[in-house]
Write a new protein. Structure first.
Length: 158
C-alpha cells in the first residue's frame, strides 16, 4: 500500500502545501507519524518528527537542529480532512501552538492569530471553539503530567 498524501493548510498566511518529502513512519486509525526536513532552509531548525493525533486534534513534533540536538517539542492545534478515495490528509493549522522545552518550560503562542483569523473571516465560530477547546485539552494533558505519553510514538518510530 502506498503512503498517504499529506497537505499542510495554513490560514495565516493562507497556503496549502503538499508535504511531498515527509516520510511516513507509522499509521493507524489514531495516529500518523512522519519524519521531515524543513521545507525552506532555516538557521535554527533542520529536521524533525511529527505525530498527528487524529482524534485529539493536535500534532506533536520534535524539532532538531542540524547537529541532531533536540530544540523543543512543538504542538500544533489542528483539524484534518481525510479523503479516503485518494488516501489524502489535509491538515489545517488552527493557529494556536504550545512549545514544550526540554527543561519542562511550557509556552503558549499565536493566540492573537485566532482573533486575527476570526476577524478576517478565515475561522468560523465552530473552528474557533474547536481550537480553544483542543488547546485547553492539550494544556490539561501537559499540566497533569501526561506529555510523556504523547511523546511515546515519536520515541518508538523516529
Amino acid at each position: 500500500m502506498a503512503d498517504p498524501i499529506l497537505y499542510r493548510k495554513r490560514l495565516i498566511p493562507e497556503e496549502c502545501i503538499l508535504l511531498k518529502n515527509d516520510r511516513l513512519l507509522h499509521r493507524d486509525d489514531r495516529i500518523l507519524v512522519t519524519a521531515w526536513n524543513t521545507i525552506k532552509p532555516r538557521k535554527d531548525i533542520h529536521h524533525g518528527c511529527s505525530c498527528y493525533y487524529l482524534q485529539e486534534g493536535f500534532k506533536v513534533s520534535r524539532f532538531y537542529n542540524e547537529k541532531n540536538s533536540l530544540l523543543y517539542w512543538y504542538c500544533d492545534i489542528v483539524d484534518y480532512e481525510y479523503r479516503e478515495k485518494e488516501d489524502t490528509y489535509i491538515v489545517t493549522d488552527l493557529l494556536a501552538d504550545v512549545i514544550v522545552y526540554p527543561d519542562g518550560f511550557v509556552k503558549v503562542v499565536d493566540i492573537d492569530e485566532l482573533a486575527t483569523a476570526k476577524e478576517a473571516g478565515l475561522l468560523s465560530d465552530d473552528m474557533l471553539k474547536k481550537a480553544l477547546l483542543t488547546l485547553n485539552h492539550l494544556l490539561q494533558i501537559i499540566y497533569d503530567g501526561g506529555f510523556e505519553s504523547l511523546q511515546k510514538p515519536l520515541e518508538t518510530y523516529c
